[in-house]
Write a protein that binds this ligand. Structure first.
Ligand SMILES: NC(=O)c1ccc[n+]([C@@H]2O[C@H](COP(=O)([O-])OP(=O)(O)OC[C@H]3O[C@@H](n4cnc5c(N)ncnc54)[C@H](O)[C@@H]3O)[C@@H](O)[C@H]2O)c1
Length: 268
């Protein structure tokens, strides 16, 4: 009953979307959902960001000023630091920072603080989806037990998923809509609710069998990119020393049709 009701509220866009963390990931996400007709409430600790949003003022380059302004004017989107309002939404997306500590241990304090605020306001039928980059196991081993302190049970009373953000700031060819979205749930129902939600705004959803796999997908993507950035940086130094034009060399290398991929941002 709860399950069917949340699916149908997502499909007819009467579900209210809450976005926790209104930065580079959260604000564009909130605007995307507002543009397709969801009512969106943004939550942040930063009073300045809340003030700016509620005046219709944009602070993220990937967000179009007029789109944000229109959503605020038509009351489809507003921001608040009153986390009790989380009980008035149906879907909660977490997009808070996950920096590393000095000793390179992940700092989950923002994720935990956001999850604690959600736990106090968790209600039956809620979908909670984590978008922050994190280590495999975070959703099931850290977030799930905090949420279940509410007395509600995942899969039975509420739904929990992980879906990594894949924004490429400035890329005009690959936007949120046409960038495949990986989703993993803590169970089958969670996966289905999350899939239904994301497919309202994204062309192709890639479901995986657990939240942990989805988390590892993000770790793999980031490691793959870091290794390639390091490789090309080393090549640049070497080419400079050997008086070789690195761009000409790369262009020729990327004509190989398999086993190699260029990392370019397509600004067209
Ligand atoms: N920026 C990117 O290009 C990008 C791409 C992919 C993934 N990510 C990941 O997405 C996550 C968010 O990154 P970002 O770049 O949007 O960060 P950001 O610093 O731009 O924004 C995070 C926001 O969360 C708010 N916040 C912190 N604690 C909070 C709490 N307890 N409750 C509510 N709001 C809180 C902050 O005030 C800030 O406005 C990180 O895990 C990051 O690694 C970022």
């Amino acid at each position: 009953m709860i399950y069917r009701s949340v699916i149908s509220r997502i499909k007819d866009h009467s579900a209210v979307v809450g976005v926790v963390g209104l930065g580079y990931v959260g604000l564009p996400f909130a605007v995307e959902k507002g543009k397709v007709g969801f009512s969106v409430i943004g939550f942040d600790m930063d009073k300045n960001k809340i003030l700016q949003i509620n005046k219709g003022k944009n602070y993220i380059p990937d967000v179009k000023d007029n789109e944000l302004n229109e959503l605020v004017k038509t009351k489809k989107f507003r921001a608040t630091n009153n986390f009790d309002e989380l009980s008035n939404v149906d879907i909660i997306v977490i997009a808070v920072p996950t920096p590393l500590k000095k000793n390179l241990i992940p700092n989950l304090s923002y994720v935990k603080a956001a999850t604690n605020s959600i736990t106090k306001n968790l209600k039956k039928g809620h979908l909670v989806s984590l978008e922050s980059t994190t280590y495999p196991g975070t959703t099931e081993e850290v977030i799930l037990p905090i949420l279940e302190k509410s007395g509600l049970k995942a899969e039975k009373d509420f739904y929990l998923a992980y879906s990594p953000e894949r924004v490429d700031p400035g890329n005009m060819r690959y936007t949120t809509k046409n960038t495949n979205k990986v989703v993993g749930g803590v169970g089958e129902k969670s996966l289905n609710v999350a899939k239904t939600f994301y497919s309202e705004t994204i062309d192709h959803i890639v479901p995986v069998s657990s939240a942990k796999i989805a988390e590892m997908v993000k770790v793999y993507e980031n490691t793959y990119r870091a290794v390639n950035i390091a490789l090309v940086n080393e090549m640049l130094l070497l080419c400079d020393k050997m008086e070789i034009n690195v761009w000409e060399m790369l262009e020729a290398a990327f004509t190989k049709p398999f086993g190699i991929a260029p990392f370019l941002t397509l600004i067209i």
